[in-house]
Design a protein around this ligand. Structure first.
Ligand SMILES: Nc1ncnc2c1ncn2[C@@H]1O[C@H](COP(=O)(O)OP(=O)(O)OP(=O)(O)O)[C@@H](O)[C@H]1O
Ligand SMILES: [Mg+2]
Length: 453
């Protein structure tokens, strides 16, 4: 625009000067004054031409430099984002960038109790999963998630690439996209009670892959509990929060409920958080929780991996709802294991396709039953679980457990649960207390973040 104005002004002034010289020629004839005016006019015209030429050259060079800088800047940005990624430093995104990356949040990958996750591609071509956390009350979850995952780097943990905060609006977390979705779609039969979220990649994982997934998750938790600068408790270990990558490796995700714990602390006191069916009894009984609560949830997930079914389900009895019964899978596994009929608890689809190694199965069942011991101190640590699953140490037969409190912690509240003679929270707490649990078990927990399944 500026250039155009200057060019017009130059043309106008040159035209005016020429006109002036012509008028001078007519009125002054070939006098000395005319030659003086004509000389000055021509000099000015030449000067204007010279200025235009210099300006044009200067502009060309500037444009060249600008394009060079833009290209270099883009390359630098890509390189910078690559270096940040390698160093594990999350990038701050602008809301517009995320809208563009996700095509205006067009492809939903999954929805949990606190967030929706969308597929996207960011400017350097990386495929990402953008988690949108709505609501001011979820601010704490956003913080926990960033605090926990930003400092953790492990092949079996999802990688945080960036974040974005809109004042008063939603918060976003940008993760590596994990193409095969979550574990629930790979262990629970499609359309069954367990498969809530399965319009995504799904199938029936073979026994070998299930065993590998079990080890991967154990390694991730072992890293969080023992190898990070501060101990990280995940506190929401369940199949929906375990993702499966293109090589069928398990990737632990969703750190929204996680808690950082000093290495010298043995317990932390916090509000009940997690998902029914995976909550350890100490949430109700003891004064604080520890990494052993994650180990309990992990044991529950192991059982679901083995059985291909949710640990707790309601067995309907025809039309008569009053005759429906809650079936608690861990109890069945415990009984079958003691009767030496452990093969009967495996996902029947795996039995049909063959390939279940009975020795491995027995090992996983033992490990799972050790992990879900009601007394937290009896549960093995995550590094020992890895060793046991990898067959480097032998696993002893786990002690028999009553599993009375777990019933309560597992069952979904709701109209279907009413009138099923389920014990209430206080009764259970006293029952278990009387079996020598520490007297610290008060029931004044502010129940805050417990998701139904
Ligand atoms: N990185 C990812 N790649 C692919 N899919 C993902 C990714 N992260 C999450 N998902 C999908 O989105 C779903 C919900 O994500 P996430 O568990 O993080 O949300 P949430 O609201 O915190 O869940 P919760 O109900 O456990 O609190 C997951 O179960 C999974 O199917
Ligand atoms: Mg989740």
């Amino acid at each position: 625009m500026e250039d155009k104005k200057i060019n017009i002004m130059a043309v106008l002034s040159i035209t005016a000067l020429i006109m002036f010289i012509i008028i001078a020629r007519v009125s002054l004839k070939l006098s000395r004054a005319f030659f003086l005016i004509a000389g000055a006019g021509v000099a000015i015209i030449l000067a204007v031409f010279a200025c235009l030429l210099i300006r044009r050259r200067y502009n060309d060079r500037r444009k060249l430099l600008e394009t060079k800088m833009v290209t270099e800047g883009r390359e630098l940005r890509i390189e910078y984002s690559f270096l940040r990624k390698v160093a594990g430093v999350p990038t701050k995104f602008r809301p517009g960038e995320l809208e563009e990356a996700t095509n205006n949040f067009g492809v939903l990958l999954g929805k949990g109790s606190s967030a929706s996750v969308f597929k996207g591609i960011i400017s350097d071509g990386t495929c990402v999963a953008v988690k949108r956390i709505e609501g001011e009350e979820r601010r704490e979850e956003f913080r926990s998630e960033v605090a926990a995952i930003a400092s953790a780097q492990h092949v079996n943990l999802v990688r945080l690439l960036g974040y974005c905060c809109v004042p008063g609006g939603p918060r976003y977390l940008v993760y590596d996209f994990i193409p095969n979705g979550s574990l629930d779609c790979w262990i629970f039969p499609a359309g069954g009670r367990g498969s809530s979220n399965c319009n995504r990649p799904s199938g029936c994982l073979s026994w070998d892959l299930r065993y590998k997934v079990a080890i991967d998750v154990a390694k991730a938790l072992s890293y969080l509990h023992h190898d990070c600068r501060s101990r990280i408790l995940h506190l929401d270990v369940k199949p929906e929060n375990i993702l499966i990558d293109e090589k069928y490796r398990a990737i632990v995700a969703d750190f929204g409920l996680s808690k950082l714990m000093g290495k010298d602390e043995s317990r932390v006191v916090t509000t009940i958080r997690g998902t029914k069916g995976y909550l350890a009894p100490e949430w109700l009984l003891e004064n604080g929780i520890s990494e052993k609560s994650d180990i309990y949830s992990y044991g529950m997930v192991l059982l679901e991996i083995i059985g291909g079914q949710r640990n707790i389900c309601l067995i309907e009895n025809g039309r008569d709802r009053s005759k429906s019964k809650w079936q608690y899978f861990p109890k069945i596994v415990n009984e079958k294991m003691r009767e030496g009929r452990v093969m009967e608890v495996v996902d029947h689809r795996l039995i049909e396709s063959g390939g279940v190694d009975e020795k491995e199965l027995k090992r996983v069942v033992y490990v799972a039953l050790w992990c879900i011991q009601e007394r937290a101190r009896l549960r093995p640590s995550m590094p020992s679980v890895v060793e046991m699953l990898e067959g480097r140490v032998t696993v002893d037969e786990p002690p028999d457990t009553q599993m009375s409190i777990v019933d309560f912690l597992s069952v979904d509240e709701g109209p279907r649960a009413i009138g099923r003679n389920r014990p209430n929270i206080i009764t259970l707490a006293t029952q278990v207390d009387s079996r020598n649990y520490p007297p610290s078990s008060t029931c004044s927990y502010p129940i805050s973040i417990v998701s139904p399944r």
